[in-house]
Design a protein around this ligand. Sequence first.
Ligand code: SER
Length: 606
Amino acid sequence: MSRTTNELRQAYLDFFKSHGHTVIPGASLVPENDPTVLFTTAGMHPLVPYLLGEPHPGGKRLTDVQLCVRTQDIDEVGDISHLTCFEMLGNWSLGDYFKEGAISMSFEYLTKVLQLPIEKLAVTCFEGDDDAPKDTESAAIWEKLGMPKERIAFLPKAKNWWGPAGLTGPCGPDTEMFYWVGDGEPKGNPKTHENEWLEIWNDVFMQYFKKEDGTFEPLAQQNVDTGMGLERVAAVIQGVESVYDTDAFTPIIEKITSMSTAKSDNDVRHKRIIADHIKAAVFMIADGVEPSNVDQGYVLRRLIRRAIRSARTLGIEHAGTFGSTIADVVIAQYGSHYSHLVKKQSGIKESLKKEEEQFKKTLEEGLKQFSKMVEKIEGKMIDGKTAFHLYDTYGFPFELTKELAAEHGFSIDEAGYKTAFEAHQNLSRAGAEKRFAGGLADHSAETTKLHTATHLLNAALRTVLGDHVYQKGSNVTAERLRFDFPHPEKMTPEQIKQVEDLVNKAIKDDLPIAYHVTTVDGAKSEGAIGVFDDRYGSEIKVYVMGDDKKGVFSKEICGGPHVSHTGVLGTFKIQKEESSSAGVRRIKAVVSGGPADIDTAGEAQG
Ligand code: SER
């Protein structure tokens, strides 16, 4: 029975709902309060605080679909199974069911709901090492359910262990599920026939916390974190060769084909790259990213430019409407589930148009430079440094330089380019690693304090500047908080001082902090602040700072965690107030002098 991608997404959520899971909305692609990664890369990512024990308002069983962006496989994009932007279906147990429950539900879903023949399924389990024992328990559960022994492979940590996503954090052994995509009858298992078995689902048993010293400590709460690739499952169910041949991608690819005016040797791949990259760009822009030269904006820019480069090879016009034409098809396809795409359609198209126009200018300038450069070159070889310069300064994807070189009868010193590129990458990787060092699970005392300070700041800004202030963006590291909010002009020194004084008074008053669980409407009617978009689940947490006796200073929708009383923040100081973009101000602030140990706020009593 074939099913559309939209139907498969819904079927998964319905199945886990019927097994007692709360369906929660996927989070933004740009992680909130997590400076350690640029994009949400897995469904568990926004759930880290809850995996570490923070109660979730939806309870102990959750399910969702999370749009993810992963750029580490960017060079694989265009093969049969890799994407930079994909949907991950997931179900979680926060200290509720464990291996038996997770595996039997996975098995039921695969064989009963998706009706995949058991003969075409295989699984892998963790083979064990010094850190954790061989996972014979999972293997025994699979066998009991009917999985033949020869379809169960044991593999080492490199394959069958997931996380932590940063240097420290929750992690554990996993059991992965595969579907036979090889020719003829299924053979062996993913260990003996690696390339013929396609991974479709991963059940992670998050029972450890990896510490900074590299050792593993059992977690107080035994969790399950699963992730199923929606596009891959759709390919399997629809019986097509690649994720790009599924119903979700077909109209996008067809549109690209209709726009093409030239043939290239690598047609199929270029079309797939365009489809994947423009889809990723659409979702990124919808979540507030704009093309730029740093962080998320840089990744977005690179994706758009790579798509344009592929468009060139297919003879597609790219003077301003290329990206937005494809964006329309992407939004038509995904808008029914991701309604924010429809709401933001014109802004998304505008942003793509601007970047395309800008790149066209850069491209023209770069082409001039390129011609000048080749005039100066003796012989027929462009050295690696020059090729890298075009990439670094003009944003020329390497393939583009290579093509231009070929057109002019030149070749490129690819090894030299690689060396120049890697030197640069090492530099940026050093930066990236530093970002990572905080760990995805950095819910340290310092970040928790700064997170609480963010709420106090938000409330104080509203008092001083007015109710038009709300959190447009927030980013907390262990060193500082960063808060973006709409406000038409620069704050005066007096206003900055007033805000600081208000926050410091709230700290001095040592306000108690607690949360309660309510609905979005409940939160609205009690006057809690929060960005009321459709991202919230039906049950949400409201953190209240202050009480009847001392006065309520802040009431805000938030997942937590927070400190249990404001006194531990020490002293609050605004270090910088600057423009972030048109009509948006940015504050960077710190706290200092509080105790190193803190308790986190619990649920309000009574
Ligand atoms: N976190 C795991 C993964 O990304 C399972 O969801 O595969």
